[in-house]
Design a protein around this ligand. Sequence first.
Ligand code: HT7
Ligand code: ZN
Length: 846
Amino acid sequence: PQTVYLADYTPFGFIPEKVELRFILDPHATRVLSRIEFRPNPQASDRRFFLHGEGLKLIAASIDGAPVTPELTDHGLCCEVPEGPFVWAAEVEIDPAANTALEGLYMSNGMYCTQCEAEGFRKITYYPDRPDVMSVFTVHVEGPYPVLLSNGNPVDSAEGHATWHDPWPKPSYLFALVAGDLVARSASFTTMSGRHVALNVWVRPGDEGKCDFALEALQASMKWDEEVYGREYDLEVFNIVAVDDFNMGAMENKGLNIFNASAVLASPETSTDANYERIEAIIAHEYFHNWTGNRITCRDWFQLCLKEGLTVFRDQQFTGDMRSAPVARIENVIALRGRQFREDNGPLAHPPRPESFVEINNFYTATVYEKGAEIIGMLRRLVGENGYRKALDLYFARHDGDAATIEDWLKVFEDATGRELAQFKRWYTDAGTPRLKVTEEWDGDAGRLTLHLEQTTPPTPGQDQKPPRVIPVDVGLLNPNGDEVVPTTTLEMTEARQSFSFDGLASRPVASVLRDFSAPVILERQSDSAERAFLLAHDTDPFNRWEAGRTLARDVLLGLVLRDEAPSGDFIDALARVAGDDGLDPAFRALALRLPGQDEMAQALSDAGVTPDPTRIWEATEQLSDTIAQRMRPLWERLHTEMEVTGPYVPDAEGAGRRALRNTALMALSRCDGGAAARAQFAAAGNMTEQLGALSSLLATQTAKGEVDAFFEQWKHDRLVMDKWFGLQVMQARPEKAAEVAEALTAHPLFDLRNPNRFRSVFGALAGNAAGFHHPSGKGYGLMADWLIRLDKLNPQTTARMCSAFETWRRYDADRQQMMTDALRRINAQPGLSPDTTEMTARLLP
Ligand code: HT7
Ligand code: ZN
């Protein structure tokens, strides 16, 4: 496999003016006929006519009607071409039924579907498969299937064939085709200029009843993008298709989004509140790509965060507007710290805009997506809401129809706001999470508080030197009585060390630093538990209020892990005050009660120079959970009763918050009552959130008895619910049992190696069960390696992504390091290992 470098970018020598494709569908022998009108690209100097193509059987090729015999390689073909414009035509044969990699054209449960991002189109036909080559596509699909879909608007259709035309030039990665026995639930949307758009969600017969929420989320997204970004939809139809076998969440193909069924299908009986929230966010994300990704795409894959960071930022804004903004922010930061900080701290660390890659599929990472979104949040904070809107308007006006770069993106901010962004650009080019150390100096005579800030970023692979970055640090000051004396102010840090003073203060205030998590940094600040408890009680910034509680809990857990120190009464009291404060949003209370995860604790210990012992962290977490459960039992009983939501299930933020707090109370209660309340909730559950909450509590407290079987009997016909059943058993298994439970589940008749959701439900859960995965026996590592080796033969993309289970090996003791790297070496040494997994394991190994 070859390394590709950003610095080597050159434009393609030809421009495809028009692309016509004809598909004659057959499970094992689909014929793809292409006719492409090319002209020389005046911007390019290289006139070599190379078309990508992989795994294709070339039947015939011609130029201007005359047959040609191109030079074929494993990666494509080369051909002599005329100097002026010419028409390329080719016929190839492919085998969708044998495509288990789920890239290109493949079959899932009897239906045909495609996944072309990033480089899947080359598995469909010969083409310059790169995002800066854009063209207008017309697609004819033929086959004995009731539904035949492609991008754009329908031109004509009759039994057995259909023609689609997409008037918007697009790169090949946005191409899509779907065919099969599908049914649609439909709605419509009238755009701000009065055009009517037909909206369809296509599903397998039987799933029609699970489409309404997706349609509503789509309508809300379309409206929001008009209101907030002035972006109108641009085709007559917007189709969404649910497929069972899919490597990621969903794909934004122009006018024909393809979704993992788990990211679109919802019903109260089968989906949890978290599922609903995820579906709403993914529908919005893919819809928002229509402008940020499709109308303006990326020049090359190094610019991936241009579309992904911005679209994640937009979907996070949308969720904040649709639900609770503070709760959404806290959830996003938990996810960022859990995935992106972990990535940035290990061997896979890379800049949001990498300089090189071997397999681009390995760069669909938390750094590109979530850190990419954080960077845009910082930009918005620095230029203000108006500056941001002006810059975005300019971006859409200037770059509509372009394949753009990060430089283009930053330039619109510079031009629209007059701000110089050369230093800010380091956020895109430099890897690693900055540490921000904050110390305080109080001058009582002058009434002045000075904050001394110092930033350092540890070296990351290939980047030793880390010059200082621009860091927006939001700060507010509170009086000792809890009143805010200085409202949120953004301090712009640009130097390695910098001090900022606040004058005119009557008494020493309490500083609330990095409000709203204004920058993706690790804050290092000495503060005592009294100050944290004060901020937990009084901070006007909801994020920092939650953060204060989180830091308190982390310190308590560290005390337990390191010194076997019992939690202080103050901590329990502070927690009880928040949990019992009926003036606070129940969703916020549920979040405040969630203890830091075991992986977060391992990282915290490692940051403090202590080798983490996952078993000890698990024991401490159990011990603390038991203490909290016992000491606050009356509160759990009250909350479990009071937070019950009666009446029909509505998947809104309010109901979800109440159910989340109720399930939190139930989890604690189950530690006191032997599972009695959970068993009752399981029996009476009127929706999946209640049923799964009860099952989790029973599994966590080892009292699930018959409920696991009852759940299976009730839901064995439903794939998405079965994924929960598989996952929960592994997630909640005790450390010494986790690998055994996972292994037993791989022998279950419903375990299916070809279905990424099912594989992730078992092995994603195993990786997430920290003490189980890192059990000193090494069984977790061994089992994971065995199954990644098997999966790689079928689905390299999912295998490579899941190798990140091993990314933290450097944190651990010598035995675990040895076992983890042995597992990686074993995978890496497999004959015929895919380039995807070869690259990942090589990057992970020393
Ligand atoms: N842009 C899409 C990315 C994606 C993808 C990438 C590689 C392989 C399979 C994939 N499926 C979807 C999805 C998104 O970010 O919205
Ligand atoms: Zn995306």
